[in-house]
Design a binder for this molecule. Structure first.
Ligand SMILES: [Zn+2]
Length: 472
């Protein structure tokens, strides 16, 4: 197995090459942050054109816009490139997204969302601005690869940058699942650069994601609202009935009480209680709910929360003495990585139907279902991934295999298209980045280290030369 031979000389050269690329990458990242590419604004196209140009100038002359349609609906064009490597070299598909979360000025203190600003936080040089981390830093990692190899790539490269990820349209996932034979998206290894280390400078691969399902539930008790003085007592109001049903979703410990759900247990790194309490903005005295380790509760078990409510009720200070006739809630369930989401959704609906009080009428409407993800721990490329990360973070003892409580439905679509491929999730989005919130930022050191890791990984894969049989 030649891939276990570490070529230190070449590692050092490549790491130096990336260090030399940093001023340009940092400047280009700032320029991209200046483009407010919030889907569906026209700025998304401006960002796309700028990125195509950057890759073309970085010797990926094949880079261009790829327009797809699914069931008559046009997708926001991808930045796409397919560039052959040495004969018989494995195919690596690099993914990131160039659209960003919406942002207004509220809550931004360091700078305005689309006015990138460099700030030194202790020894940590950071770039502030919307999308600096999520996920224009991911675009930069792939650009670093293109620049570092100067057109002589060690692998067959496919580049795929999405323009409507944050919007959650799901069109790209739907397209891929409907076209599992589309050769343009086949690869031996897929690198999704849209996650991050568990902490700054602690090299991490994200190996699990939770899935997500939603169900809307509506309770009807009366043909119309009626006076609480005349009828209150024997006559149930809809909101109280809904609350009773919702309260059955957890047991007294706060564990999800819906039966038949998957529970996964993997050696995720331990989650620090104090830090989680702080990061989740929990108030003093508020305790964690559920049982099991915090990591398992965050990454390996289902969670259920009410995320929407309509009971037709006024503000408390404007209320009248009325029994309401109907009330609805949207229930969102995050699922264990290996959970079949349709089964979880059915279990949730069955639970609600089994807990209807006092003969009231209940309607349930299934909403979204999205798969989680659990990486193959024995994947062909994982030893190389770990070597690359260790070399990029000198002094780090181990590479963490982290879970993520959120969902990236596209990863499941990649698995459908590439059942034998390895999928690596990593990137620059460590907790200090504050993605999706105000004052989003990215660390210069982290961008450099992760770019180095990606360059070293592709170098190693080129030298190892083995395939997963997924690509042509
Ligand atoms: Zn993202």
């Amino acid at each position: 197995m030649t891939h276990n031979v570490i070529d230190l000389g070449s590692d050092t050269d490549l790491a130096k090459a990336v260090a030399g690329l940093m001023p340009g990458l940092w400047r280009d990242l700032a320029d991209l942050v200046r483009i407010p590419s919030v889907f569906p604004s026209p700025d998304v196209a401006e960002a796309r054109q700028a990125i195509v140009k950057l890759f073309q100038e970085a010797h990926i002359t094949e880079a261009g816009e790829l327009s797809l349609t699914h069931q008559g609906k046009p997708l926001t064009p991808l930045v796409y490139a397919d560039k052959a490597g040495p004969v018989n070299s494995p195919t690596v598909l690099l993914y990131a997204h160039y659209d960003v979360q919406p942002a207004n000025k509220a809550g931004w203190h360091v700078t305005e969302p689309f006015a990138p600003k460099e700030v030194l936080c202790g020894t940590d040089k950071r770039l502030y601005g919307r999308g600096a981390a999520d996920d224009k830093s991911g675009v930069m990692l792939h650009l670093a690869v293109a620049r570092a190899f100067g057109g002589k790539l060690p692998v067959h490269l496919k580049l795929m940058l999405e323009g409507e990820e944050e919007n959650g349209t799901g069109l790209l996932e739907d397209y891929l699942i409907a076209h599992p034979d589309d050769q343009r998206f086949k690869a031996d290894l897929i690198i999704v650069a849209d996650t991050g280390n568990v902490a700054l400078a602690r090299p991490t691969v994200t190996t699990t994601l939770r899935g997500v399902v939603t169900v809307d539930v509506t309770v009807h008790t009366l043909r119309k609202p009626v006076h609480s003085g005349m009828y209150g007592g024997p006559v149930p109001d809809a909101f109280t009935c809904l609350v009773r049903m919702l309260s059955t979703l957890h047991d007294a410990n706060g564990d999800v009480a819906v039966k038949g759900l998957a529970v996964d247990d993997l050696p995720w790194p331990a989650v620090d209680e104090t830090r989680l309490h702080e990061e989740a903005a929990m108030l003093d005295g508020v305790r964690f709910v559920g049982t099991g380790t915090l990591a398992q509760r965050l990454y390996g078990k289902a969670s259920v929360n009410v995320v929407g409510l309509d009971a037709g009720l006024p503000q408390p200070n404007k209320s009248a003495n009325v029994l309401r006739d109907k009330a609805s809630a949207r229930i969102s369930m995050r699922t264990a990585p290996t959970q079949d989401p349709a089964a979880a959704q059915r279990a949730l609906i069955d639970h609600l139907k089994a807990h209807v009080p006092w003969g009231v009428q209940v309607e349930t409407t299934p909403g979204i279902t999205a798969y989680g993800f659990s990486a193959n721990p024995n994947g062909t490329y994982f030893p190389l991934v770990e070597q690359a990360l260790k070399a990029a973070y000198p002094g780090s003892v181990k590479v963490e295999r982290a879970g993520q409580g959120g969902s990236i439905p596209l990863v499941h679509a990649f698995q459908v298209v590439n059942p034998n491929a390895d999928i690596v999730l990593w990137g620059c989005e460590e907790p200090k980045c504050g993605i999706h919130g105000p004052d989003e930022s990215v660390s210069h050191a982290e961008l450099q280290a992760m770019a180095t890791a990606e360059v070293l990984l592709l170098d190693r894969i080129g030298k190892a030369g083995h395939h997963n049989g997924g690509a042509m």
